[in-house]
Design a protein around this ligand. Structure first.
Ligand code: M6R
Length: 598
């Protein structure tokens, strides 16, 4: 996680770097900082909190510096305080580093530095980097050539992942390096920038993406890159027509609210782009036909889309499907081989654990399909074939419209695979157009009384059977993430195997009921909970004859499509709860939009 930025050019760097950091804030917003060169000195300014706090701190003392690095942090090592904010500097204060990634062997490296008499002051893993470079430069002049050589000796010592941007006192350039963490270079008329993501670059920049295991030098009019043997590397210019950033909240109270509102168009655009481009037909048929097992790996909300996809493949195509958390799957005996068909779902296309699984799948010779929302992402580039969702930029940390777009791809992909395998299916892409219409309905008014009843709870349940259990998991994640209410998703049938012991007249349970054939069973479960005094909030598309505390009726068009609308209701409930509690809906505490570390 974390966003890094750098600029060197003809203009004062401050606003350029701040603007870039603001756009990268989705990667973390625990603290922010910059380092710059001025009058032959290296200076840093660091604050806790987001980039707006940094802006304020810098406004007091605006700097004309035209060489600057910057950082917006999601804390991995060490609590949130200025000491742990980046840039981290060397003991002699001549080397400043901003870092995205994790140095896994930092304790060992710290120990070595300590034994050499070097005092580290922060709790971060990053601080070892400027100090190791300092050590390698001991007794040498701080010239570009010497620093490059020193950096090249230090990089192989670092286990883990990094994108680095480094400033050296008195040297008019930026040093950069990457391994398993993204970094792009943007050339403009006035200088050269580096950033963790294309969205951080100005619209008209010529964009170049660094490959893994690259280091380089950035000057005000260009850059040079090398592999770790210091052999020159040529970077390909990316064809980026639009960096895709949508920064306007358009009168909504938050990006989350705006993005929930965009769900129908996310669904329609995804369906249209996939169908009009015949995107599914490019998946090699033999990869589908010869697959022995389908594997689906993802994290968080994307995993829930994966669970729906697994459910559909099993139901309609009779396919054996393993769906797992990417963070778990990568460390298991995974049974991947060249007959495996692997699907990786990720909005950002940058999630570290999902990427880790993708690497394993590639090594085993499996066919790898991506479902991502970002064309230029690492997952999009690494898979054998990528299906793109067209949700548009998702700014809010909570994923909403991207989930709807992922669900749409899951339904279309299942339809396609069933066709390839000659199986019957009882829906078609045309039904999805009706679902988009159903998604237009808002539930805020109907949900307000529910919000009033549950806003002060410490804990809440969401329960459902079959596909409703997957929706329950997604709803619970959303409620926890933005409203900070503990919310446990559970298959309804599991309640009496233990958890019912917790139920009493202070318990609130949201129950999902969208599958006709399960109606009676769900009603029995509701009565069991009510017998223990529990309050029931029912979200249903079925006609039911039961008295509950709150009932929200939804229209799904067809039972199997229930994850679309039922999830929207839960997204809106989460949003209302967060608003009621005056929380920062788009930037929940402790989280970041893109999780680029394990
Ligand atoms: O970019 P990805 O889809 O790979 O991200 C996966 C999760 O980090 C993400 O879905 C996360 O769970 C969301 N914040 C949930 O709203």
């Amino acid at each position: 996680m974390c966003g890094i930025a750098g600029y060197i050019g003809k203009k004062p760097a401050q606003n350029i770097v701040l603007d870039c950091l603001k756009k990268l804030e989705y990667r973390g917003y625990d603290s922010a900082g910059v380092g710059y060169l001025l009058n032959k000195g290296l200076y840093t300014v660091k604050v806790t909190g987001g980039v707006d706090n940094l802006k304020q701190a810098l406004q007091k003392n605006a700097t004309p510096a035209s060489v600057m690095i910057g950082h917006t942090r999601w804390a991995t090592h060490g609590k949130v305080c200025t000491k742990n904010a980046h840039p981290q500097i060397s003991e002699n204060k001549k080397i400043a580093v901003v870092h995205n990634g994790i140095i896994e062997n930092f304790l060992q490296l710290k120990q070595t530095l300590y034994l050499d008499g070097i005092n580290l002051v922060s709790d971060t893993d990053t601080e070892v980097i400027p100090n190791l470079i300092m050590q390698k430069l001991k007794g040498k002049a701080y010239t570009i050539k010497n620093v490059l050589n020193a950096l090249n000796k230090v990089l192989p010592m670092l286990k883990g992942s990094f994108a680095l941007c480094i400033l050296i006192d008195n040297l008019n350039c930026l040093f950069i390096a990457t391994k398993f963490s993204p970094l792009v270079i943007g050339k403009t008329n006035t200088g050269v920038m580096v950033a963790s993501d294309i969205v951080g670059l100005p619209q008209k920049a010529q964009v170049y993406k660094l490959k893994d295991n690259t280091l380089g030098l950035v000057f005000k009019d260009g850059f040079k890159c090398y592999n770790f043997n210091l052999e020159p590397v040529i970077l390909q210019k990316l064809d980026v027509k639009n960096n895709g950033l949508d920064t306007d909240i358009n009168g909504f109270s938050s990006f989350m609210e705006k993005e929930i509102n965009q769900s129908p168009s996310a669904l329609l655009n995804t369906a249209q782009n996939i169908l009009y481009n015949n995107a599914l037909s490019y998946i090699p048929k033999n990869a589908i036909e010869s697959a022995k097992t389908f594997f689906i790996c993802a994290c968080g909300t994307a995993l829930h889309a994966g669970r729906v996809l697994g459910y559909l493949l099993q139901k309609y195509c009779g396919i054996f499907c393993v769906v797992d958390y990417a963070s778990e799957f990568r460390y298991k005996n995974n049974f991947l081989d060249k007959h495996s068909f692997c699907i990786f779902i990720s909005q950002s296309g940058e999630t570290a654990d999902t990427l880790g699984c993708l690497e394993l799948a590639k090594q085993s010779g499996a066919f790898c399909l991506g479902i991502t929302n970002v064309y230029t992402s690492r997952i999009s580039n690494m898979v054998d074939y990528c299906l793109f969702t067209s949700a548009g930029t998702e700014n809010s940390v909570a994923s909403t419209k991207a989930y709807i777009a992922q669900l749409c791809s899951a339904f279309l992909l299942t339809e396609w695979i069933s066709k390839v395998l000659g199986k019957n299916i009882d829906y078609s892409y045309k039904d999805l157009l009706d679902v988009a219409l159903c998604l237009k309905e808002d539930y805020y008014l109907k949900l307000q009384p529910v919000v009033n009843a549950i806003k002060d709870l410490q804990s809440l349940y969401i329960l459902g059977r079959d596909i409703d259990y997957i929706t329950a998991q997604e709803g619970a994640l959303k409620i926890k993430e933005v409203s900070y209410i503990h919310c446990e998703a559970m298959p309804l049938g599991e309640l009496k195997h233990g958890s019912l012991a917790l139920f009493n007249n202070t318990t609130y349970a949201i129950v999902l009921l969208t599958q006709k054939e399960l109606t009676q069973k769900v009603i029995s479960n509701i009565i069991e909970m009510q017998s223990r005094g529990a309050h029931i909030i029912l979200i249903t598309s079925q006609k039911v004859d039961i008295v509950v505390d709150f009932c929200i009726y939804i229209n799904n068009k067809k039972d199997v499509f229930s994850p679309f609308v039922a999830t929207k209701v839960l997204q809106q409930l989460a949003l209302l709860l967060a608003k009621q509690k005056n929380l920062n809906v788009d930037k929940p505490r402790n989280l970041a939009k893109s999780v680029t570390v394990e």
